[in-house]
Design a protein around this ligand. Sequence first.
Ligand code: PLP
Length: 395
Amino acid sequence: MNKPVTLRDEELIAHSAGLLAPLAPMPHDAVSPPIFQTSLFTFERYSDLADVFAGRTQRYIYSRGDNPTVHELEALVAALEGAEAGRGFSSGTAAIAASIVPFVEAGDRIVAVENLYSDAFRFMEKILRKFGVIIDYVDGTDAGAVIEALPDAKIVYLESPTSMVFSVQDIGPIAEAAQKHGVISIIDNSWATPLYQKPISHGVDLVVHAASKYLGGHSDTVAGVVVGSKALVDRINHESYHYLGGKLSPFEAWLILRGMRTLPMRLERHMQAGLFLGEHLQNHPEVERVRHPAFVPHPGNATLSGYGGIFAFDVSDAIDVPRFVDSLHHIRIGVSWGGPESLVVPALAALELSPTTNSFRRFGVSPRTVRLAAGHEAPELLAADIDQALAAARK
Ligand SMILES: *Cc1c(COP(=O)(O)O)cnc(C)c1O
C-alpha cells in the first residue's frame, strides 16, 4: 500500500480549478476559482428564460438549484468517484436524506447495515419510519446476511467502514446482488474518500460523503455530496434536492474545493498516524481491542487502497473512561473528525444521552469504546499523550 492514490486522481485534483473551464473560463487566468456568491442569474430576454424552463438550453437560474462554484465541487467528486454526476448539499446528512427519499414510499423496505453513522440511523428511525418505511438492520460484516435480506427491498444502505466500530462490508458481492434484485445501493464513503475506495467501480449505485470531514479537511465547514449515474442523480434532483432545500453555499463549496487540493497529502498523513497509533494501542496492556480495518482481517478490506485515520479502541475495565479523556493533554474531546487536530469521543457519553434506545447494540460499541481521530500532530506525541492519560485513569 505504498502508493494508494492514483496519478489520475492527483491530476484531477490538481486541475480541478480548470474543470469548468470549457463552461466558464477562469477570469484573469486566476489559479484559484472565483466564488460565485450569487443567489440568482438574470436573463437577457423572455425567450432565454422560456428556453431554460422548457429544458431547451441549460443555464444557471437560481442557487438553490445550481451554482457554478458548487458545480465545480460536484464535478470533481464525481470525477474522482468515477461517477457521471454529483450534487452538493449543506451537510452530509442532507445528502443522505435527499439520496434516500426519492426511492421509497410507505410500505417500502430499506436494508441498512448495523452501526451506521448515528444521524443516518436517526433519519431512518425518526423520519422514514414515521412515513411508513420499513428499515431492516443487518450485520454488514456478513455479506450473506445482507444479500439474503435484499429481495423486495428498495434500497440497501452501506457504510464501509461504519462510524464507531469501523466494521467493513464486502461491497462488491453486495452491490452485485443488489443490481440483480433491482435494489438501489447507497454507500457512505466518507472514511476512505474516493482516493482510497471507489464503490462505483464495484457496482454501487450512489456514493454519499460528509464533505465536512476529510474532503474539506480543516474543521471549518459542514457540507455533503452525493454522486452516481446521471439517471439516479436526476431523480434526486427532480424528487428531493430542490424541495428539501439543503443546498450547499458557494463559499462552503469553495472551502471544500480548497481543502481537496491537499487531500492526497493529508490522507496519507492521517492514514500513517492511524496505523501507528493502532499498532501502539494493539500492544498496550490496558487496551482490549483495536477497531480499525487494518487490524481486523475481512474480505471487505480488499476494496480499500488506503486507510482513514479515525478508528476506535476499547480500554480494559481497569480504566475510568471519563478520567482517561480528561487526562489527555494534546488530544481534544470533540465530535466530527477529518481536520488537523486529533479528537476523541467516548461512546459512553453518546450512550448516556439515549439510554433507552438500546444504543449499545445499535451502535455496536461497549461503554469502554473510545473513538480516536488522528490529526496531523506527530504520532509519537499522540501515543505518549494516550499512554500518560491511560496511566492516570487506572481505577
Ligand atoms: C459526519 C458524518 C456524516 C454526516 O455529515 P454531516 O456533514 O455532519 O451532516 C455522515 N457520515 C459519516 C460517516 C460521518 O462521519
